[in-house]
Ligand binder design. Structure first.
Ligand code: MTE
Length: 308
């Protein structure tokens, strides 16, 4: 993991020209900034305690709460995975509101209590980071489709755009002007309505800790982890595909779909295998992260090399 020297941090006025440059050959600076997304990530310095004996649908054990809570990607705080938990401790997750609007019949602001009232079920999912590490996590939450149905998407709505809260005073990483904050992600409406797509409000039966994206985050288990946006403040139904933060920074490296695909390598590393946190040997990466039976039909007829 590479720390970014202050000399590389871009003042706001040069940002647009830098972005234009990034679109060109090499995207070197973005490559450096996304080094956290590179291979060779060190093993977490936490003592893995056995999880609770349960497994995912493929028979693999859950990662422990210690592992899940101490090895995080959350650039609003830091690019140091083992430093997120400490920096996020003071982050205020209550009160919390999520504004849901755009092309909907019934725009509405949901408090956390309103979200919890939409249901709480446990889903044990694999989380596969684009950096080629993975974990098995017992989330609690409810299918995003339930919330979308409540606001009544209009006929022209084709995509869902998600935005993380913007609070630079609490999130030191957001003071780094190189990144086009706030963090934005998007899904096609049918992906968003798929039953596997979860709005998570907890894990291991507890509320969602700040470092895991509390109090409410998205979990899309068949896509690379960066799609699973944390600390959601805003959800909009829109007509066009949203540009995510990573697409804006390095469009040649991070596409809109980001479906887990062992056959399409990241420009800087292989996606054929991954390191499950807590294991020594790498394991093969599965198409759609092992959820192909459930989701492959969403992409029938699409060239998944082109739509990466
Ligand atoms: N959401 C926001 N707002 N900011 C981030 O930096 N990182 C993403 C995703 N969601 C990120 C985010 C990445 S790259 C991954 S792999 C997962 O969160 C990690 O989730 P975890 O820390 O709970 O394991």
């Amino acid at each position: 993991m590479r720390k970014i020297p202050s000399s590389e941090i871009t003042p706001e006025h040069t940002y647009l020209s830098r972005r234009a440059f990034l679109g060109g050959a090499g995207a070197l600076s973005a490559a450096a900034l996304l080094a956290a997304c590179g291979g060779g990530t060190p093993a977490p310095a936490v003592t893995p305690r056995p999880a609770d004996g349960r497994t995912d649908d493929l028979g693999d054990p859950l990662n422990s709460l210690e592992q899940i809570s101490n090895y995080n990607n959350y650039y609003e705080f830091t690019t140091d995975k083992e430093g997120v938990a400490r920096l996020a401790q003071q982050f205020q997750t209550s009160p919390w509101e999520v504004q849901v609007g755009g092309m909907v019949g019934k725009p509405r602001t949901f408090g956390l209590e309103d979200l919890l009232a939409l249901g709480q079920e446990e889903r044990i999912y694999r989380l596969r980071c684009v950096e080629a590490w993975s974990m098995v996590i017992p989330w609690s939450g409810f299918p995003l489709g339930r919330l979308l149905a409540a606001v009544e998407p209009q006929a022209g709505a084709k995509y869902v755009r998600f935005e993380t809260v913007y609070r630079p005073e609490e999130m030191p990483g957001q003071r780094d002007r190189f990144y086009p904050w706030p963090y934005v992600e998007g899904l096609r409406l049918d992906e968003a309505m798929h039953d596997l797509t979860l709005l998570a409000t907890g894990l291991y039966g507890q509320g969602l800790a700040p470092q895991n994206g509390g109090p409410v985050r998205l979990v899309v288990p068949w896509k690379y982890g960066f799609k699973s946006i944390k600390a959601i403040a805003k959800i909009d139904l829109v007509a066009e595909a949203p540009t995510s933060l990573w697409m804006a920074l390095a469009p040649n490296e991070y596409g809109f779909y980001a479906n887990v695909n062992p056959e399409v390598d990241h420009p800087r590393w292989s996606q054929a295998s991954e390191r499950r946190i807590g294991e020594l040997r790498r394991r093969p990466t599965l198409p759609f992260n092992g959820y192909a039976d459930e989701v492959a039909a969403l992409y029938a007829g699409m060239d998944l090399r082109e739509h990466y």
